[in-house]
Design a protein around this ligand. Structure first.
Ligand SMILES: [Zn+2]
Length: 229
């Protein structure tokens, strides 16, 4: 006997063709990433590796190589936008990058925040989706400890000179956090991608007063061309 869910699936597939968000091949009802693309993504994700940090005094770790398949996925998540694809990416990263080994139970995972105005346009913050799923899979803390204090232009649409000042004072500590709870802990700031590293650098600034043991950044993809030796 076919379930109602199965019936609905067949019924809807008569009228709609579902396509993989990446390669556009037709897929089963409700599938956003086909089997081939999922496999390709799984192959592209590796354990976190240190990225050469050109401007900040903190370490950035990436889970895929420069300009890899993951960069395309990150762009599709952002510009389509697709929260479901963000969740799939987060699950694959947590598993393939072996985050259970990289992170510790006492670590605090903090997403790079998105301004309310942009959140309304897009419907979700991809950094939040990634951070929340990593924390769930690893069993460590999740905290929206940083918030946006003002609206800014997207870094991607800034000129070279604008990029360095566009995010000045754009982040602050979330007034709802208990500051002492962060003392001595390792803070992991999560974003989808690091390009120049400015967004990470500026978002990490307000965390410095929390007296954490260490602050690092963890991204899916990056645009730095060299790895630190
Ligand atoms: Zn595909």
């Amino acid at each position: 006997m076919i379930s109602f869910k199965e019936f609905l699936k067949h019924f809807l597939s008569i009228f709609f063709t579902y396509r993989c968000h990446v390669c556009k091949n037709s897929c089963d009802f409700g599938v956003v990433l086909c089997g081939d693309c999922k496999e390709k993504l799984r192959k592209a994700v590796h354990k976190p590796e240190l990225v050469q940090d050109t401007i900040g005094n903190f370490n950035i770790y990436t889970m895929s190589s420069y300009d890899d398949f993951t960069s395309d996925i990150v762009k599709i998540i952002k510009y389509r936008p697709s929260k479901r694809l963000a969740k799939i990416l987060a699950e694959i990263c947590a598993e393939k990058a072996d985050l259970k080994n990289f992170l510790q139970a006492d670590d605090v995972i903090i997403p790079v925040p998105m301004h309310e105005k942009r959140l309304e346009e897009r419907g979700f913050n991809q950094a939040w989706v990634l951070a929340e799923i990593y924390a769930e899979r690893v069993g460590c803390h999740f905290s929206p400890a940083i918030v946006r204090s003002r609206f800014t232009k997207p870094q991607a649409s800034c000129s070279e000179s604008e990029r360095t000042t566009n995010l000045d004072n754009a982040f602050c500590l979330n007034p709802d956090i208990i500051k002492t709870a962060f003392k001595g802990k390792r803070l992991i700031v999560v974003d989808d991608v690091a390009t120049t590293g400015t967004t990470l650098q500026k978002s990490i600034e307000p965390l410095k007063e929390l007296e954490a043991r260490e602050i690092i950044a963890l991204v899916v993809s990056h645009s730095y061309k060299k790895y630190r030796a």
